[in-house]
Structures are given as C-alpha cells and as structure tokens.
Ligand binder design. Sequence first.
Ligand SMILES: [Cu+2]
Length: 154
Amino acid sequence: MHGLRLAVVGACVLVLGALAARPACADASGTAPGAPAGAAEVDWTRAQPYDVMLTEFHFAPSRIVLRQGEPYALRLENAGRFRHTFTAPEFFRTVAFRPGGAGTPAEESGGSLSIAAGEVEEIDLVPLQAGTFSLECSKPLHGFFGMTGEIVVQ
Ligand SMILES: [Cu+2]
C-alpha cells in the first residue's frame, strides 16, 4: 500500500515538474496519508480466512496478527462447553465491516460478540488502523483464567 502511494505521489511530482499544476494530481494530493480505503472499494472476494477458536479458557491463537487495509473473513468458533465472548471494542472501532455482512452484531454490541457453545460467527472486515488492541472474554472470571489475547494490526 505504502509503495503504491509513494509511486503515485512520485508520478504526480514528475507531472507537476513537467507541466506545472494539473488537476490530474488533485486526487492523490487530496487523500490524507493513511486514509482508509472505503469499504465500498474493497474486493471482498480476496478476504483471507482467519480462524480463531474459543475454548475454556483461551483464544487460539491468542495473538491475532492482521495487516492494515487487507480484507479478512474472521471466523470465530466456540469449541468449548460454555458461552464465550470475543470482546475487542477498540479493535472493532477501527475496522470497516463488509456492507451487508455479519459485522452488524459486532457494531451493535459495542465490539463484544457473544458466541454460544458450538456456534460460529463469521465477520468480514478490513482493519484500518495499525496498533495493538486487547482482546478478552467478558464472561465472569474467564479473563482471570487466561481468556485474553491481543489483536495486532501491522
Ligand atoms: Cu469465556
């Protein structure tokens, strides 16, 4: 992504140098650095599957590593005997959900998905902001017993 953006800016500088200011560069210069691509522009057919298993009492993997700007089909499977939650409000605030996809429960719940034993939730999303976000199960004592993790967006 960065390489492409630099290339576009570089091309604009060349055009500017040769022809003076042209409206052709308005798009590139008008885009704030690091501005997320709109969810509408995302090619969801390229969404990479990413499986996370919830059991007593941990997430597997407990460190989820995603790339900023890439679409993912996050598949959360509760393979345990109890209900668990995938609670990561800071993370969910920085993603774009697939329009019409299953992101709505994550949005409406304030970033905490409750998943019954044996159930699977699939969410298509694009992480828009790099950083490390905490993940936990909000059920009483589950975090204490080790049901925590982190989501790293690179
Ligand atoms: Cu739990």
